[in-house]
Design a protein around this ligand. Structure first.
Ligand code: GDP
Ligand code: MG
Length: 331
């Protein structure tokens, strides 16, 4: 699955406004042809000051930041899970994303129509979460009955799966999200909407945000950011926060040709990281030469770091750390 974030919410809450601000500084779009094909996909560079420092040190010709893809998904309305307002199509779009930013309209502006007539972000949150939950309940219930059939044929794995699915179903029925189960194998297969990392963007001024909304979001185990999209230019905090909730880190490569940040999930091992540079590197991985960023800068470059003995040789099991400056050795 790609490292993509879907922008989700009711109609007219500021989703496209967010998408437009995020993608305005779209410097790397030429490297990502699909982004020019689908106008609802934006490739957004991740701000990273370390890149400038490394570029100077290595006198690199090019600097390439890490990127996150954002999807502007059309607005969901009540009963989307029953197909209302093309709901099923939009829910399918959400399923393709790795994480969700849910935009909630807190700003009051009578010129901007609200599909539910009034500004009430607590109600909107409930509507959207309910739609995601209903869709997932449908998915889980279908899978449960399939597993129950498999159990009758003596399938032991199915028995374990049923246990997890029942716990998931119970969570959904009580109105909860299911992120806590995300590590289970069966969940990876189902890719539930409520199991995705989710961040809430409260569109408005701080005083527009009801305390009840913040409490509801905390109950759901979510993190929020308050931002008045109508009057915002700098969205770096959103990108940085999104990177964090997605559990992403960057490792760095640097040389005369280019200095570049590469995105991996926290916990990824060296061959997997190598694979993000080139798929062949993953299979032909021999070892990685690694210096952490601060040591690299302190030494003043690759050769100095080597002279000082500050770089390490790491093998297949090495878990790559944020800010590792890496050179991959491959066959
Ligand atoms: N007053 C105000 N209007 C906003 C704000 N954010 C978005 N809008 C306006 O609300 C309307 C709907 O926004 P849009 O981003 O298209 O909503 P979407 O349907 O969720 O994609 C547009 O006219 C925006 O200019 C805001 O923070 N304050
Ligand atoms: Mg829109």
């Amino acid at each position: 699955m790609k490292l993509s974030i879907g922008i989700v919410g009711m109609p007219n809450v500021g989703k496209s406004t967010l998408f437009t601000i995020l993608t305005k500084q779209n410097v790397t779009v030429a490297n990502y042809p699909f982004a020019t094909i689908d106008p609802n996909v934006g490739v957004v560079p991740v701000p990273d000051e370390r890149l400038d420092v490394l570029t100077k040190l290595s006198k690199s010709k090019k600097t390439v930041p890490a990127v996150v893809e954002f999807y502007d998904i059309a607005g969901l309305v009540k009963d989307a899970h029953k197909g209302e307002g093309l709901g099923n199509q939009f829910l399918a779009n959400i399923r393709e994303c790795k994480a969700i930013i849910q935009v909630l309209r807190c700003f009051k502006d009578s010129d901007i129509i609200h599909v539910e007539q009034t500004t009430d972000p607590v109600r909107d949150l409930d509507i959207i979460v309910t739609e995601l939950i209903f869709k997932d309940l449908d998915t889980v219930t279908k899978r449960l009955s399939k597993c129950e059939k498999e159990v009758r044929t003596g399938d032991k794995q199915a028995l374990k799966d049923i246990e997890i699915l029942q716990a998931v179903k119970k969570t959904l029925e009580s109105g909860g999200l299911t992120r806590a189960f995300a590590h289970e194998t069966i969940m990876k297969d189902l890719s539930l909407l409520t199991a995705k990392e989710q961040m809430f963007l409260l569109n408005g001024e701080e005083e527009d945000v009801p305390l009840e909304l913040k409490e509801k979001i905390s109950e759901l185990g979510g993190q929020y950011i308050v931002m008045n999209l109508g009057f915002t230019e700098d969205v770096s905090p959103i990108i940085v926060k999104a990177y964090e909730i997605l559990n992403l880190i960057s490792f760095l490569t640097t040389g005369e040709d280019e200095t570049r940040a590469w995105t991996i999930e926290r916990g990824a091992k060296a061959p997997e990281a190598a694979g993000t540079i080139h798929t062949d590197f993953e299979h032909k991985f021999i070892r990685a030469e690694v210096v952490n960023y601060s040591k690299f800068v302190e030494a003043g470059g690759w050769s100095q770091a080597k002279q000082k003995g500050w770089f390490r040789l790491e093998g297949k099991d090495y878990i790559v750390q944020d800010g590792d400056v890496i050179e991959i050795r491959h066959g």
